[in-house]
Design a protein around this ligand. Structure first.
Ligand SMILES: Cc1ncc(COP(=O)(O)O)c(C=O)c1O
Length: 403
């Protein structure tokens, strides 16, 4: 080691200031029941078919399956995504689908393609912290808008757009929204609001970034048309195989108009999203009865959701409110005014359960009386036990405050 003393080094300003949340955070503490953990249940991974698919990917495509993917991967996957998207009224050519390293990479590349430093990005509050971190890295100025049980309150967005135009204030370059089974809100955007937001995107000339990571996890089997279907030239639609196959595959996608997708594509320097992963998924999709697979994973998640809803009613009665999610992974709790859930995160962990306090999902420190619980990763038994521990922690926090 050098005897010279180490000078402080100034890392890039854009380095995310936010510590990794959720999965990354919970993974450190295995003995804690991780209701903070927004990951799929490992039992939902099509384990055996994946082993066959991985072997076949190599036998069928030999060393090409392990090469750089200049051309962008197998058409089977692009075709499948394009066909499947029609269920959400998205009718596109496979050439409008861009495969990415998870939808997180799509978020990053879209942010780079649309935002210069100082541009305005609008989003929901609460929202997905992975997206917030990406927009902050792009040095965008963020503004958030509330949600209710019908999703983003589009009327408030409309008022803000009118006001910005009237006062000559900057308009957003993009609006980031999660229309189905919101993370963390658990709710979905109504049809009327989807149409209204699409109209606003044309009128005020911004892009809608529609993050639809949980769309296949509908416990009622119903789904509304994507916002994309109402504003195809001003929407970039994102989804992922993470929740329906496995996140370790690291494959997501973006769908947009030919012109927009070509621009986002320019950020792939030389190689594309893993060709090997795409070859595996291509093999998998030809051998897996996908609808059966989906039905079985949705059954597991629905049972877990029911276990969590039951447990919450038993442990909290009317002391917390929440809307029962019809899909996805999350229950968003509202405690009474004045409660700050971050004040019992540590105590809950000491008792053996983790959750994420509401403030983590807001850009401006709001949301203190909320909390996100995830029912996806744990067993029903862990969910019941975890919620009971959370209640113990909450009521002891209340007792301490009263004293
Ligand atoms: C709303 C939302 N978007 C995107 C992602 C990222 O998913 P991927 O694994 O495809 O990068 C997640 C992951 O939890 C998410 O909740």
């Amino acid at each position: 080691m050098s005897t010279l003393s180490l000078k402080p080094y100034s890392f890039a300003r854009r380095l995310p200031a936010i510590a990794p949340m959720g999965a990354a955070q919970a993974a450190k503490k295995r003995q804690v029941i991780p209701l903070s953990f927004g990951s799929p249940h490992s039992d939902t991974f099509p384990y055996k078919p994946l082993i066959g698919a991985a072997t076949d990917a190599i036998w069928t495509h030999g060393r090409d399956s392990l090469q750089y993917g200049g051309a962008g991967g197998p058409v089977i996957v692009l075709d499948w995504v394009a066909r499947r998207s029609a269920l959400r009224s998205i009718h596109v050519d496979p050439s409008q689908v861009l495969m990415t390293y998870g939808s997180q990479q799509a978020l990053d590349y879209v942010a780079r393609a649309l935002l210069d430093p100082g541009d305005h990005a609008w989003l929901e509050g609460p929202t997905y912290f992975g997206a917030v971190s990406t927009f902050r890295t792009a040095e965008a100025i963020l503004t958030s808008f509330p949600i209710d049980e019908d999703g983003l309150i589009v009327e408030e967005v409309e008022r803000a757009l009118e006001e910005a135009e009237r006062l000559g204030k900057p308009l957003p370059k993009l609006f980031y929204t999660m229309p189905n089974f919101h993370n963390p809100g658990g709710i979905s955007l109504s049809l009327e609001r989807r149409q209204r937001l699409a109209e606003l995107a044309y009128r005020y000339n911004f892009f809608i970034l529609e993050d639809d990571a949980y769309t296949e996890l509908s416990y009622t089997g119903q789904s509304l048309p994507a916002i994309y279907s109402f504003a195809p030239e001003r929407t970039i639609y994102l989804s992922t195989f993470s929740k329906i196959i496995a996140p370790g595959i690291r494959l997501g996608w973006a769908i947009a108009s030919q012109d927009t997708i070509a621009r986002v594509n320019t950020f792939f320097q030389g190689s594309k999203a893993s060709v090997f992963s795409q070859e595996i998924v291509a093999q998998l999709l030809t051998r897996l009865p996908f609808d059966e697979h989906l039905a079985s994973l949705n059954k597991l998640y629905r049972d877990n959701r029911d276990a969590m809803v039951d447990a919450l009613k038993i442990s909290f009665g009317d002391d917390v409110t929440f809307s029962i999610p019809e899909g996805g992974f999350f229950v968003w709790l509202s405690f009474p005014e004045g409660i700050d859930t971050s004040e019992f995160v540590k105590d809950a962990e000491e008792r053996g359960v983790s959750f994420i306090d509401g403030k983590q999902f807001f850009i401006n420190g709001g949301g203190a009386r909320h909390a996100r619980l995830s029912f996806s990763y744990c067993s029903e038994e862990q969910i019941r036990e975890g919620v009971a521990l959370l209640a113990q922690s909450y009521y002891s926090y209340l007792d301490n405050r009263r004293r």
